[in-house]
Design a protein around this ligand. Structure first.
Ligand SMILES: Cc1cc2nc3c(=O)[nH]c(=O)nc-3n(C[C@H](O)[C@H](O)[C@H](O)COP(=O)(O)OP(=O)(O)OC[C@H]3O[C@@H](n4cnc5c(N)ncnc54)[C@H](O)[C@@H]3O)c2cc1C
Length: 510
């Protein structure tokens, strides 16, 4: 038999979605012995990972750093033979714009929950009244909480007072989810803190215990690539094609149907559809398209997926001459609480955070401003020029900039960030239970167990494992070389309890 004939006889696994999740899953399926096709609906792969040049510098338009204290992202890079390329931030210290000025993020906090009350007082993020309320947590009786999930605002507010929620916790969670603390799930967005709090009356004591129990990992907290994190999907895609997989762009999947032996996908425009047969399918797209794809065959999962809301945001990237800064920032960026009523919710001084950018262009400072929170669509219903002006005004006010940027770019991420609202874990459990009844089908991506890149890769591993187990049980699999990253047996791992969130400015992950 020729190699081509052997290949044709391998079971066919189709991955829907060419973001980092879909690509990571595809690579593992390929290595597990399947014939693999990735179908990406847009003209380009990468999804929320995208990088382009601005003023000659490669600056990410979407995700820009991944947590280095969860293993999955680094393992993927290592497996691609690129571990030596990894770059790490020059500084991870950050600030909060609170009560009209930039203040240091108090040391010792975990997702905004303080553990060092002296450091909290020194930071002056809270008003004297707000500050005085925080230590009451140490003496107040336990906050009643059954098995049911609660919102971040309800639980943390009951323990630390509303101002600590608004000016410490909200900006940190806002940086990750662009969400509302009144809606976000305490259990899903602050998982390690929520779990620790079940064993303590005081939230501060719980988080102190969490920090003491955390691993002594003193390595870098975040990582990226010299050409931006947006280069990662292309490296994975190159490896997939080199190993015989197929990646198609402009291949929108519109329908998924069961067949007696597997699945049939309808791809492309309604007037000219193409049908593709698959033995197994990984659905690695955001919740809304996943809900549409599963509507016919797995309606229970589809209904639950449709409940997962998304927030839209925009990233305005500005490049300034270094001379525009009266003083160079010493922090990687700052966060702006929603109660400050400003358009910009977070700022990353990219050239300060990533020393390689500064080395390559010592006279330029690239800055990324993010705008848009869940429920604040009006912020984004303005043209690019307005968004650019809002970002320029913000930086002039907080950094005293005296010159205009030499280059700018506006990137919009409509429906970019899933909202892990109260009850999210139950929603995900119901989706998984419904999908579990469908042989050869798996779901993966940012909508489920964490939206950070490593968490997405963890769901890709679990999905690939499920699919390979199914194909193996049918005796169809010719096993791959089994080197490097493993799919078999992989499960989403929470990793280090302090580091299960995405890495955006303001996280004190020490
Ligand atoms: C602005 C921004 C900044 C972020 N910053 C960070 C950060 O610094 N660190 C971090 O860890 N995380 C960050 N995140 C989160 C992280 O980037 C995402 O959660 C992650 O990249 C999602 O990957 P994914 O592959 O699951 O989904 P996506 O990237 O959304 O990819 C899904 C793909 O599926 C395709 N698709 C959709 N429907 C179909 C269909 N019917 N047929 C075929 N294809 C389809 C889409 O076109 C898309 O390419 C950020 C997110 C945003 C928006």
């Amino acid at each position: 038999m020729t190699e081509r004939e052997v290949n044709a006889r391998r079971p066919h696994a189709v991955v829907i979605g060419g973001g980092i999740t879909g690509l990571a899953a595809a690579r593992l399926l390929l290595r597990g012995g399947a014939r693999v096709t990735v179908l990406e609906g847009s003209p380009r792969i990468g999804g929320k990972l995208r990088v382009s040049e601005i003023a000659g510098l490669p600056v990410d338009e979407g995700a820009e750093s991944m947590l280095a204290r969860r293993p999955e992202g680094l393992e993927l890079v290592r497996d691609l033979g690129r571990a030596g390329d990894l770059v790490h931030p020059g500084t991870t210290s950050s600030a909060i714009f609170s009560h009209g000025a930039l203040r240091p993020l108090p040391s010792g906090q975990v997702m905004g929950v303080p553990t060092d009350l002296a450091a909290l007082a020194r930071a002056q993020v809270l008003s004297p009244k707000g500050l005085a309320r925080v230590p009451l947590d140490l003496v107040l009786p336990a906050t009643p909480r059954g098995a049911a999930d609660v919102s971040v605002a309800d639980y943390v507010g009951a323990r630390l007072g509303r101002e600590a929620v608004d000016r410490l916790v909200e900006p940190l969670l806002g940086g990750v989810y662009a969400g509302r603390v009144e809606k976000l799930s305490f259990e899903a967005t602050m998982a390690s803190v929520a779990a620790a709090s079940r064993g303590h009356r005081s939230l501060i004591a719980a988080v102190r215990g969490l920090r003491q129990g955390a691993s002594d990992n003193t390595g870098p907290v975040f990582a990226s690539l010299p050409d931006g994190l947006g280069a990662l999907p292309h490296l994975v895609a190159d490896a997939i094609t080199a190993e015989g997989g197929t990646i198609r762009t402009d291949a929108m999947v519109r329908e998924l149907r069961r067949t007696p032996t597997g699945w049939r996908l309808t791809v492309g425009p309604a007037r000219d559809p193409e049908y593709l047969e698959a033995d197994a399918v990984v659905v690695a797209v955001p919740a809304a398209p996943a809900a549409r794809l599963l509507a016919d065959e797995v309606p229970a999962a589809s209904r639950e997926l449709a409940r997962i809301d998304y927030a839209s945001m925009a990233i305005v990237t500005l490049v300034y001459p270094v001379s525009a800064f009266p003083r160079l920032p010493r922090v990687s960026g700052y966060l702006v609480p929603a109660v400050e009523n400003r358009d910009v919710k977070a700022v990353t001084f990219s050239s300060i955070k990533w020393p390689h950018l500064r080395r390559n262009a010592p006279d330029l400072i690239a800055v990324r401003c993010s705008l848009g929170r869940y429920g604040e669509e009006h912020t984004l219903q303005r043209d690019d020029e307005d968004l650019r002006a809002a970002a320029v005004t913000e930086l002039a006010a907080t950094c005293g900039l005296t010159e205009l940027p030499v280059a700018s770019r506006v990137t919009r991420w409509g429906g970019g960030l899933p909202q892990y609202n109260v009850g999210h874990a139950d929603v995900v459990a119901r989706i998984r239970a419904a999908v579990a009844g469908q042989p050869g089908l798996a779901v993966a991506g940012a909508a489920y167990d964490g939206l950070g890149v490593p968490a997405c890769i963890a769901t890709a591993r679990a999905a690939a494992t499920r699919v390979l187990e199914h194909l193996d049980s049918r005796g169809e699999l010719r096993h791959g070389n089994g080197e490097g990253e493993q799919a078999q047996g992989a499960r989403p791992e929470p990793g280090d309890p302090l580091h299960d969130v995405v890495g955006l400015p303001g996280e004190d992950a020490r």
